[in-house]
Ligand binder design. Structure first.
Ligand code: NAP
Length: 267
């Protein structure tokens, strides 16, 4: 088994990364950051997002494992004081894994070029200085004309991130679906949107056709793109998945409770 270690720049993550490197070497596990079968991230959910971007061209061969060095995350199953247990689990690995959906994003530009992206959490389209106006299609049907600050299209695992902050629903990560949440829509006698998040099934897709403008802020997870001449963006569930090595069971709703409510939760 070939393992990569992907840590963030934080002092604690660097320290834990070194400890992990030593323990893996002692256990005769090969460290290979170029062609890994397992990628262990050390940091937070943001670190896992960075690792996903780094290795996204090789997703079919990789399983991810997240070690958190701060608070409990949604992509991080292991605490930093559990790395000996993690190494033991790696030694008895029998390819246990769990897959989660990703967002396929295709952007068409006015110059006829197009570009494809994969998102783990979400993609957003926003306009900061003026109202964003865009036609929203579900499948091939025009659904509404949106006016407001922007729209956030998220995966189930991304539903606890930016989506939740803008009023989207928390979705169990095993549901193959994508969600569109509004960011400050304008609703009055003249302009009307649904005003609630929309969750579409895996065989559906969402297309945004904004009015021509170049001052959009378009994002894919941590990446932000400015001033693109966007003609249309098509969102669907990707054929690719992210795969996590599953050495232990973590109840999703327990994690949601711990992250956002903090009360005792019986597993
Ligand atoms: P950041 O601004 O440094 O961190 C944003 C926060 O979102 C961090 O606490 C991060 O957790 C958490 N997070 C990331 N993915 C999550 C998930 N799937 N479920 C629950 N929480 C999650 O940005 P970043 O670390 O580069 O991460 C980029 C992500 O931040 C974006 O994809 C977006 O979802 C999120 N974001 C949220 C808001 C908001 O809620 N208003 C605004 C901008 C961006 P860790 O501390 O464990 O890394």
């Amino acid at each position: 088994m070939k393992v990569a270690i992907f840590e963030n720049d934080g002092e604690k993550s660097q320290k834990v990364g070194k400890e992990l490197y030593q323990k893996l070497t002692d256990a005769h596990i090969v460290i290979d950051n170029s062609h890994p079968e397992i990628v262990i991230t050390v940091g937070g959910d943001g670190t896992l997002l960075s690792a996903f971007k780094h290795y996204q061209d090789n997703l079919e061969n990789i399983r991810f494992v997240g070690v958190h060095t701060g608070h409990l995350g949604f992509y991080t199953d292991w605490r930093d004081d559990e790395i000996s247990d993690l190494v033991t689990s790696l030694q008895s690995d029998n390819k246990q894994s769990i897959n989660y959906p990703l967002l396929d994003v295709k952007v068409d530009y006015f110059d006829a070029e197009s570009e494809k992206f994969l998102a783990l959490n979400e993609s957003t389209l926003k306009r900061i200085n003026n109202t964003m106006v865009t036609d929203v299609y579900i499948g091939d049907q025009l659904f509404e004309k949106f006016r407001g600050d922007g729209l956030c299209i998220s995966t189930p695992t991304g539903s606890t991130a930016y989506n939740k902050s803008v009023g989207g629903a928390v979705i169990h990560p095993e549901l193959e679906s994508l969600q569109m949440a509004e960011i400050a829509s304008i609703n009055n006698r003249v302009f009307r949107t649904l005003s609630s998040p929309v969750i579409v099934a895996s065989n559906d897709w969402i297309t945004l056709k904004p009015t021509q403008s170049s001052d959009f802020v378009f994002s894919i997870d941590q990446e932000i793109y400015h001033n693109r001449q966007i003609k249309a963006i098509k969102y669907k569930i990707a054929k690719e998945h992210i795969c996590f090595a599953k050495y232990r069971h973590n109840n999703f709703w327990k994690r949601v409770n711990e992250a956002f409510i903090g009360s005792d939760y019986a597993d």
